[in-house]
Design a protein around this ligand. Structure first.
Ligand SMILES: [Zn+2]
Length: 178
């Protein structure tokens, strides 16, 4: 299963639904189920990169445990360039390294799992999940179902030509001139 390591307390901020954007200096074309792992080392000073006092206060109050553990599953539904406007949902400042782009990983359908130890890695990594208990697979099933429903919702009938697919308003991309 595709997995991503995230430092605490941001990993917990994702699990409680407050943070829905994870920011990276690289992008991915992968979409679908994602295992959320809390990195072994928590961030020592989250206030320092929080975008505002409200976020800083929230992050300060979150537990910094568990660490070195898989803590949830969700769907990665988009990956796009980060903008200043994303700061609130990312709970971090828009501070692109000189001449480089930052990317927002859009997370949805977050489900908690019973935390279990996992060795994190850089980038999007492949986590072995064969030995997980039934509860884990129930959560995975819910996430997969939510992704399927989301994709079905995106596909609709074009009112102009009747073709089924991605629509903008009521028109398919061809009829909308995109
Ligand atoms: Zn059409």
């Amino acid at each position: 299963m595709k997995a991503l390591s995230i430092k605490q307390p941001w990993a917990n901020a994702i699990m409680c639904g407050r943070k829905t954007l994870e920011i990276r200096t690289w992008s991915t074309d992968y979409r679908g189920p994602l295992l959320i792992c809390a990195s072994l080392r928590p961030h020592t000073n989250p206030e320092y990169i929080a975008p505002d006092a409200l976020a800083a206060n929230f992050l300060r109050q979150l537990p910094t445990h568990p660490i070195g553990a898989a803590i949830g599953v969700c769907n990665l539904i988009d990956c796009r360039p980060m903008t200043k406007a994303d700061e609130r949902l990312a709970m971090c400042q828009w501070n692109p390294p000189h001449g480089r782009q930052l990317y927002a990983f859009v997370l949805a359908d977050v489900k908690r799992i019973e935390p279990y130890p996992i060795r994190g890695a850089l980038g999007l990594f492949e986590a072995k999940v064969q030995d997980r208990p039934p509860h884990f697979w129930e959560m995975c099933k819910e996430v997969t179902k939510a992704m399927k429903e989301r994709l079905e919702k995106q596909a609709a009938l074009c009112v102009e030509c009747g073709k089924r697919g991605r629509v903008v308003g009521d028109l398919c991309l061809d009829c909308a001139g995109r």
